[in-house]
Design a protein around this ligand. Structure first.
Ligand SMILES: *Cc1c(COP(=O)(O)O)cnc(C)c1O
Length: 393
């Protein structure tokens, strides 16, 4: 191979990761039953999944998927504009608009694709995109690809966001958008929704929200983090939600005004030039939304588990982040300690991966709770964490 080929450079960078002990690796899950997974032949209680309501294996979702597959087959066979947009996609979009109170919705294959589409369509060169420093990678990349000027503000900091919104790019009247995660995926905290929305109004900026981790879990009827904070839907110019987390399915949607959705259908290249998701997945997502709308018990159970976990790790004296969401963070001194604790937990039967720099500023265990967990499982994990804490002292 040509010694200057791109691959040679990649191999060097991979080796550098390895030397820094930052190599990422895929763990193959051999079996999964609710929160129990089998990895390397060992049965573990998983505290790593985003299946916050335990819906991914719910019989209603499985049946909806099977029935729709019988009717529609597997593939959607085409892009949305060329016959791939099937009745289940359309029905899901109607359901989403109705559930969340937006004029219109559009289905995407993934949250990553939805964010690329939303930001790439709204923003152009010379526009300004202001984002929380800790926003999801897809939002940051989407802004960069759009050609807009990306300015990041200090996490949750309205003053810092205000300053960034006042950035002048040239003398023209450019478009501005402020984008935030609803629930931050590596910290579990919530964006200050009202303050951000007001700031956008004052500065004539669009307010865009990524609620991948809030949908289904927070707010009345599981509508999300914005509903939890009692922000009205009309204050959000574009809402992105994913189906692969609490809804236990796969795919994503953008919600907003009719004008936004019409514009996306004209200009969102990642949506136009891709095969529509399998219609059976849309039917499974529909089944998940019905469950979320009709049964508040799993949400209430999950809330209890989160409060119980927070209380116990405080008692143990661990350094945690304040979180009322199923994303619970235990801060550790460095990457080595995070890896050691994660390995030690695994030896004791728990799957709780370490998250290290550069993904986050400070090494941590990211523990995600689910309505499928029992109180006993939470207590077992806390007992294991306490043993680790005592052994470290
Ligand atoms: C998971 C996630 C995404 C990506 O969604 P996928 O459907 O998994 O591609 C986008 N934004 C946030 C905040 C996420 O957590």
């Amino acid at each position: 191979m040509n010694p200057n080929s791109a691959l040679t450079g990649l191999i060097k960078r991979t080796q550098a990761q390895q030397q820094a002990q930052l190599l990422r690796r895929v763990r193959v899950v051999e079996q999964a039953q609710a929160t129990r997974v089998v990895v390397d032949g060992r049965k573990l209680i998983s505290f790593a999944s985003n299946d916050y309501l335990g819906l991914s294996q719910h019989p209603d979702l499985i049946r909806a998927l099977q029935n729709a597959a019988n009717e529609w087959g597997v593939g959607s066979t085409a892009a949305h504009l060329l016959g791939g947009h099937r009745a289940p996609h359309w029905a899901l979009e109607e359901k989403l608009s109705d559930w969340l109170g937006f004029e219109a919705a559009l289905c995407f294959s993934s949250g990553w694709q939805a964010n690329l589409s939303l930001l790439g369509t709204l923003l152009q060169q010379d526009d300004l995109c202001v984002q929380d420093r800790l926003n999801h990678a897809s939002l940051l990349d989407a802004a960069r690809l759009s050609g807009a000027t990306l300015k990041r503000y200090q996490h949750l900091d309205i003053e810092s966001a205000t300053k960034q919104l006042h950035t002048t790019i040239n003398d023209q009247d450019n478009c501005k958008a402020l984008v935030s995660d609803g629930v931050f995926s590596m910290d579990g905290d919530l964006a200050p929704m009202h303050a951000l929305s007001n700031l956008c109004k004052k500065n004539n900026a669009a307010f865009l929200l990524d609620d991948a981790h809030g949908i289904g879990v927070l707010g009345p009827h599981g509508q999300g983090s914005w509903a939890e904070q009692k922000l009205a839907a009309e204050n959000i110019d574009g809402l992105m939600i994913t189906f692969g987390k609490a809804l236990g399915s796969f795919g994503a949607a953008v919600l907003g005004s009719r004008a936004l959705i019409d514009g996306l259908m004209q200009f969102a290249r990642p949506w136009i030039y891709t095969t529509a998701t399998p219609p059976a997945l849309a039917s499974a997502t529909m089944a998940a939304i019905r469950l979320v709308q009709n049964d508040a018990n799993p949400r209430a159970h999950l809330k209890n588990l989160c409060a119980r976990f927070q209380m116990q790790i405080r008692q143990i004296g661990l350094s945690s982040l304040d979180s009322s969401t199923p994303i619970q963070i235990i801060l550790l001194n460095d990457a080595t300690q995070a890896i050691n604790w994660s390995n030690e937990l695994e030896a004791q039967g728990f799957y709780a991966p370490a998250i290290r720099p550069p993904t986050v500023a400070q090494a941590r265990l990211r523990i995600t709770l689910s309505a499928a967990h029992t109180v006993e499982e939470i207590d077992l994990l806390c007992a294991a964490l306490e043993r680790l804490q005592l052994a470290t002292k």
